[in-house]
Design a protein around this ligand. Structure first.
Ligand SMILES: [Zn+2]
Length: 660
């Protein structure tokens, strides 16, 4: 008789194998990290002897659930900002993350998340966040299985100042963790709308090189789809396809607003979809057309999404919501019946995260990731035995995460009799309370900051991360204007306007947000009459400037919003410590130089009254490398214009005005 490590003796074994076999009074035979065999108890006892037997005869045993999409470390931000629109919510959260999210932060957040997920019967989760090496280390120490996507954004992030640095960071993460028995590292461009095409392509290339999955958000809101059609003339799924993302082992979160053609494209590429019912409801993103996805044959899993948008990691709640929501999509209560809903949470999720060869069902040769659950609570009583399939209904429509008793991952018990075996839950919770107190203090301190006040007020947009510019005083403008008319410049647009700027200065604000500019542009026609005007608010950092070659300046992220109210209103609302006015007449040319777009300004500063002209050449980009390349081009343009950079001024107009 063969000796094995463990018997798990169950009242009912739910296998979730291809024929959905149920085994009454069954034993799952575990040896090492694997399921060696399973079947009726008497049969298994005749074939094997086990060192240890877990008596779960009053429970059901089933495959551990797969949480197909989350941001685990955001447990530490749970409930901080609720009931906001997605863009405003992100606008609030991202600066806070830049302040707080360190490897220690994500490690603690991941501990809390793993504790909650294990208790809820999750054995594998698909994550997307920052500092994923710390997430990986913590998860592996705890003993959970995970697909961990290192986020790459076009904005500066908590772990990378530019997207190129993000790709490098991600590559190092893949090199360190690919091939680990529990951790599957992945590449995570956050979404197409926080990426440039170059960024998406770089992510796809990196994922293919290492043969690892890509985990991204696709078609979460209708607004996203509309923006994609407007900007790229196609849908988010097809835009990702055009940029190579679908060539990879893709896991696409949300897909609330995809059509049948996009479903077929995702199926053709073997992509996975993570359906996140709670998050989609809470952020009012919409209801994913799951029944139709399943008809087309897509791989659909269920995710909790991050605890800041859910706000818990309770897989039982998600499975139930998935089943219920599917029924209202087509007003058909037979859509997504209980067994199929549980399928999405187990083997379906395993397919979606590209791990179905190893997990998702209880079958010989698969890894021993399994859970046991009591179904005899008062909320799940009595039972009918006329149809054994009733067990799926009890699990999906009545069971709760608190009914989970034991959890095994990779042949190791992580929860026994509801006690966590590898996480010091009280200590993690106490530390989380300390972090929450720090975040509280930060939020209170920043409550009156111009940035926070701005986002409460308006639809704030983040502008391109990098601006390269040079400013040079001139005696005369005419020679420059003549040179712009010919080779090698191509003028694409020409405007002339008066610009009235009022700068609100804040003494002790964060340097990222120390100045708020209220700008009115009055566009002038042929006859010097004002033809149109617009007003904008821009939040600027204080001289966060690097000097590149040729005295070109590099500045960073800014936030912008349309100004819909009067200067007086903003003055009273923001209560600045100081106010500075700068008025000028600006002639602006948009030009193409060596296939790159630049803005060239010739400015006459009227207030404070200043002699002569200023030449400015500017370009904006999301890429640090591109900014440096453009600095070089600006040097060449100056030479073409016959201007020396030795006179260049490394100051904004407001600083010139401030210094008199
Ligand atoms: Zn998400």
């Amino acid at each position: 008789m063969k000796q094995v490590d463990r018997f798990i003796h169950a009242g009912t074994v739910i296998t979730m194998n291809a024929s959905f076999d149920l085994i009454q009074d069954g034993i799952v035979v575990v040896d090492g990290a694997e399921i060696l065999d399973l079947g009726p108890a008497a049969e298994m006892q005749a074939k094997y002897s086990a060192v240890e037997t877990a008596d779960c005869r009053d429970q059901i045993v089933m495959p551990g659930m797969v949480n197909a999409h989350t941001h685990a470390a955001m447990t530490l931000l749970r409930g901080l900002n609720d009931d906001l629109r997605l863009d405003v919510w992100l606008g609030y959260l991202m600066p806070l993350e830049r302040e707080f999210v360190t490897p220690e932060f994500v490690s603690l957040g991941t501990q809390l998340a793993c504790a909650e997920m294990i208790r809820s019967g999750i054995t594998t989760f698909a994550d997307m966040y920052y500092h994923e090496p710390a997430v990986a280390k913590t998860t592996a120490e705890i003993g959970m299985r995970a697909l961990l996507g290192q986020t790459v954004l076009m904005f500066p992030t908590p772990d990378s100042p530019s997207w190129e640095a993000g790709i490098k960071f991600c590559r190092a993460f893949l090199e360190e963790w690919n091939g680990h028995e529990l951790i599957q590292p992945a590449v995570s461009p956050h979404a197409w709308y926080t990426a440039t095409p170059e960024l998406l392509q770089a992510c796809a290339k990196l994922a293919l090189e290492f043969d690892v999955p890509v985990h991204t958000h696709i078609s979460e809101t209708l607004l996203e789809v509309e923006n994609c059609r407007e900007q790229n003339d196609t849908t988010p799924v097809l835009w990702n396809e055009q940029n190579g993302i679908l060539e990879t082992k893709l896991l696409a979160a949300h897909c609330c607003h995809i059509n049948r053609q996009e479903m077929r494209v995702l199926k053709k590429h073997g992509s996975g979809i993570a359906h996140n019912p709670s998050s989609n409801l809470k952020l009012s993103s919409g209801i994913a057309p799951v029944p139709e996805m399943l008809e087309v044959g897509c791989n659909v899993g269920i995710g909790t999404d991050g605890p800041a948008s859910n706000n818990d990691l309770d897989m039982f709640e998600e499975v139930r919501l998935a089943a219920l929501l599917a029924k209202v999509v087509r007003h058909n209560p037979t859509d997504l019946p209980a067994r199929q809903a549980l399928e999405l949470a187990t083997i379906g999720g395993a397919k979606a995260v590209h791990m179905a060869d190893k997990i998702g069902s209880l079958e010989p040769g698969k890894l021993a990731d399994l859970i046991s659950i009591r179904l005899d609570g008062v909320h799940n009583w009595p039972h009918f035995s006329n149809n054994p399939e009733n067990v799926y209904s009890r699990l999906v429509y009545a069971a709760k995460s608190t009914d989970v008793v034991n959890v095994m991952i990779h042949g190791r018990w992580l929860l026994q009799d509801r006690a966590l075996q590898t996480i010091d839950e009280p200590t993690a919770m106490a530390k989380a309370a300390e972090v929450a107190a720090e975040i509280d203090a930060f939020v209170l301190r920043r409550e009156s900051s111009p940035y926070n006040k701005l986002i409460i007020l308006e639809a704030v947009e983040q502008e391109e991360a990098y601006e390269t510019q040079i400013k040079i005083p001139l005696q005369a403008a005419d020679p420059i204007i003549e040179k712009l008319k010919g080779e090698p410049f191509t003028i694409t647009k020409q405007t002339r306007y008066r610009q009235f700027d009022t700068y609100f200065m804040f003494d002790d604000a964060n340097p990222d947000a120390a100045r708020l500019r209220f700008r009115e542009d009055h566009y002038l026609g042929e006859d010097n009459q004002v033809e149109s005007s617009r007003s904008r608010l821009t939040l600027l950092g204080v001289t966060q400037l690097d000097e590149l070659q040729n005295s070109v300046m590099l500045s960073r992220t800014r936030f912008m919003a349309p100004a819909t109210r009067s200067l007086r209103f903003y003055r009273e609302y923001f209560t600045p410590d100081q106010e500075i006015e700068v008025n000028k007449e600006r002639r602006r040319w948009r030009v193409t130089y060596q296939e790159n777009d630049f803005a060239i300004n010739l400015d006459q500063v009227l207030k404070p009254e200043t002699e002569g002209w200023f030449l400015e050449i500017k370009s904006r980009t999301w890429s640090h490398a591109d900014a440096i390349r453009k600095a070089d081009l600006i040097g060449q343009m100056l030479a073409e214009l016959g201007v020396s950079d030795s006179e260049a001024i490394r100051k904004e107009y407001v600083e010139l005005a401030q210094n008199g």
